[in-house]
Design a protein around this ligand. Structure first.
Ligand code: CA
Length: 226
């Protein structure tokens, strides 16, 4: 789970980040509204914690723009006690919940869990299917007809993303962002390594699904009839 925090109170933002990292979330923090917006628009996050009063672009404007762009990432607004109008506006603009500052750690954790649970309700299964393969991203199992094989967490995350994109080509940069995050020192060839692991597993399963490389563009799933 990758979380985005857009909050200009640096101490608060960093404290929340540390707290959420302890809960095993991957967390990116931006203090500026425009930077927060640009990153929210990449659509790589599972949840956005959004402050309202921000430099350059305020939180409600960010919310309005991302919803207009069709980004459905759940948003938890971080509001000051006296911002009742803003809370109402925020919920009307498509925020999922709000939390008044200052808040207790336990409450933040509980609200995040509740939002992610609701989000999870839309897809009640942990299985994803593409042609003849089925990925169970909870048990990290990839199966094809009656054969199955275990995946590592990174392999599963990579394959989940490719399945979500169906036949679309996924640029390598997007995979790096999604799997390792911004400012990570992961080299491009890390992606290649995981792609090659997955290809070996596809081969073992003897499935008709394979990963196609389009040189200079990226990767996509394709069906090979043998
Ligand atoms: Ca603020």
């Amino acid at each position: 789970m990758r979380l985005l925090i857009v909050e200009d109170e640096k101490h608060l933002a960093e404290a929340v980040k540390e707290l959420l990292k302890k809960e095993n979330y991957v967390v990116d923090v931006f203090y500026d509204g425009q930077e927060g917006l640009d990153n929210a628009l990449t659509d790589i996050y599972d949840l956005i914690l959004l402050d309202i009063m921000l430099p350059s672009v305020d939180g409600l404007e960010i919310l309005k723009i991302i919803r207009k762009e069709g980004i459905k990432t759940p948003v938890l607004l971080l509001t000051a006690r006296n911002q009742i109008n803003d809370r109402v506006k925020g919920l009307d603009l498509g925020a999922d919940d709000y939390l008044s500052k200052p808040f207790a750690q336990e409450e933040l954790n509980a609200r995040i869990r509740a939002i992610l649970r609701r989000k999870g309700d839309i897809t009640t299964t942990s299985e994803m299917v593409f042609h003849d393969i089925t990925l169970d991203y909870n048990s990290l199992t990839l199966s094809c007809r009656n054969k199955n094989i275990s995946l590592t967490l990174k392999e599963s995350e990579l394959l989940q993303f490719l399945i979500t994109r169906k036949n679309m080509i996924t640029p390598k940069e997007l995979l790096i962002e999604k799997l390792w995050g911004f400012n990570s020192d992961a080299e491009d060839n890390n992606v290649e390594v995981y792609i090659s692991f997955l290809r070996k597993k596809f081969k073992y399963l003897n499935c008709e699904t394979s990963i196609k490389t389009t040189r200079g563009l990226g990767y996509s799933l394709e069906v090979i009839h043998v």
